[in-house]
Design a protein around this ligand. Structure first.
Ligand code: ZN
Length: 56
């Protein structure tokens, strides 16, 4: 388990030990979507906002 700092609210975000680049985490505090952009060290950035398309 890796603890990261949310770029939006600076709250703690937990990532699994086996996270992969491009994986999206959601901040439990503010709900921001955070994308893993690097693994060594693990770095997150605010995920680009994309329109959700659930194929309705
Ligand atoms: Zn946050």
């Amino acid at each position: 388990m890796t603890t990261l700092t949310c770029v939006e609210c600076e709250g703690e975000v937990e990532a699994a030990a086996d996270v992969m680049v491009a994986e999206i985490l959601e901040c439990p505090d503010c709900g921001a979507e955070l994308e893993i952009v690097s693994l060594d060290p693990v770095t997150i950035e605010l995920a680009p906002e994309v329109e959700e398309d659930w194929g309705e």
